[in-house]
Design a protein. Structure first.
Length: 237
């Protein structure tokens, strides 16, 4: 679980960090926290390819307006969950424009943040794949982290932004049936890719954000191009 805190007041950075660690430890999840005192370095990290599951964003930053930062975040990553932290409850309604999941007023941080995190936790469970590793072991993979899924002999291989997972006896169809249709597309027989991770389309292959080249069926090329274009337009809207 990768979480960014964008907050310029050390006392609130400390409070938020402690609550985050406690919340996820109680649920058996490790939380990797990265703190930013301003929106500019956070946006730079995102543009350089850093990915977060959750961002806690202060709306009253000293050197930048949090809402402007949120709008830029949405241009880079449409899927990351945003929780606004604000000293002014009157600004909370602004979150609808950038699809913020929740807001927390600083004066009620101890009470409100756990409730907002619970909403995030429940939402995340609905956006994950439970991948069977064999031997009774399974891992929970966020759909956002999956780059592509492909057959591996009689089994399946799932490639994520962090590592690969293989089950030599699990049919690929068992996994691809769980993938969100609006996010994944079959580009070749039994190869399904995360559309927004496609960076270049050639005549017979696609180049992924990781630099990997995957085969592209000629009869699927037009559909892939249309889906990528639709995804790009969605990011810009």
């Amino acid at each position: 679980m990768k979480i960014a805190i964008c907050e310029d007041e050390p006392v609130y950075v400390d409070h938020e960090s402690k609550q985050l660690k406690t919340f996820f430890e109680e649920r058996g999840e490790e939380a990797q926290l990265t703190c930013f005192s301003d929106g500019t370095p956070l946006l730079r990290a995102l543009m350089e390819g850093e990915r977060y599951d959750l961002i806690l964003l202060d709306l009253q930053l000293e050197n930048s307006d949090g809402m402007n930062v949120a709008e830029e975040i949405r241009k880079i990553d449409r899927g990351v969950s945003l929780i606004f932290v604000t000293g002014m409850e009157s600004r909370a309604a602004e979150g609808y424009g950038v699809e913020a999941m929740d807001y927390v007023v600083k004066s009620k941080l101890e009470e409100r943040l756990p409730k907002a995190l619970q909403r995030f936790w429940e939402k995340r469970k609905d956006s994950c794949l439970v991948f069977e590793m064999g031997g009774g072991e399974a891992v929970i993979l966020s759909f956002r982290d999956i780059l592509w899924v492909e057959s591996e002999g009689r089994g399946v291989r799932v490639v994520t932004s962090r590592r690969e997972f293989v089950n030599a006896s699990l049919p690929v169809g068992r996994v691809t049936a769980e993938l969100p249709e609006n996010e994944f597309l079959e580009i070749h027989k039994s190869i399904y890719v995360q559309v927004r991770e496609i960076k270049r389309i050639g005549t017979d292959q696609v180049i992924m954000s990781s630099g990997a080249a995957l085969p592209l069926s000629r009869r699927r090329r037009k559909a892939v191009m249309l889906k990528v274009l639709e995804t790009v337009k969605g990011r810009m809207s």
